[in-house]
Ligand binder design. Sequence first.
Ligand SMILES: [Zn+2]
Ligand SMILES: [Zn+2]
Length: 349
Amino acid sequence: MYKTKAYAAASATAPLASTTIPRRDPTEHDVQIEILFCGICHSDLHAVRNEWSEFMATTYPIVPGHEILGRVTKAGVAVTKFTPGDLAAVGCLVDSDRTCPRCQAGQENFCPNLTLTFNSPDKHLGGITNGGYSESIVVDERFVLHVPPNLGLAGAAPLLCAGITTYSPMRHWGITTGKKVGVVGLGGLGHMAVKFAHALGAHVVVFTTSPSKKEGALRLGADEVVVSRNADEMKKHAGSFDFILDAVSAEHDINTYLNLLAIDGNLTLVGAPAKPLGVSAFALLMGRRSLSGSNIGGLPETQEMLDFCGAHNITADVEVIPIQKINEAYDRLLKSEVKYRFSIDMASL
Ligand SMILES: [Zn+2]
Ligand SMILES: [Zn+2]
């Protein structure tokens, strides 16, 4: 065991502050990674403030962060995929049971016994796992991903959650050239969705409540931007979408968007509103439409996503901050005052 610097919250109301945490010494299958950048995901904030207590209560102190990008500093004797000096990335999970049907299918994200990167029971050290707001992390190589060398490192970090969360459902629902794709909500997730849908060859329409977001959406690769409050504009698109990705985590009327789907169209939720959404049966019945959800992705698909990003030069648009500005960044995140993701420069630690 060794000590490493980190930022942690001591309670649901305490700001994040500097601390030190224990990490295990790398075992034979582990790699030790010096963390260079860590993205700030909305889940970090939910966990720190214990806002998802019904589903996963937070154990304090908590070190959040699951958009981890760094460089391998040590590799265990049995490690085959990495050598010291390699770029490496870690996303939302650091372990699973590896034996269940989901794990065998490469869908570790749906394993009933997965170990999340933070706030999960730590099999090695006891207590809970500590995330990426830290100097280094030790992870079994099976849960560590390769990063294409052409990608900017600060912008590549958010691919590990925001990237895979939006890429996976598009692959599942067969988004390709000629499909019409809608994206609802232009934040950390939504802006990645626009980039992926565009790169996959789709016709991309962004829905936004604020006309001021129009230019940004077009620059990211949208073909059209619709102000969702404008009923006439919305009507023009009725029954025309193959797929809509809904990344809104606030309460909103989902039926408005279901009615924009074509026959057999699908709307996938990746945002997580706290209260149940009201769904009109008619909106689904008319046209055999479906409503589903999606949650990150398995390891093979996460690697595929990173390789796709390498081939298409895709990274998140980030505002890089030093760790000392983390509490301010959380406040701004709540007000959607970032284009489009924060990435923490861990050298500041
Ligand atoms: Zn996340
Ligand atoms: Zn499993």
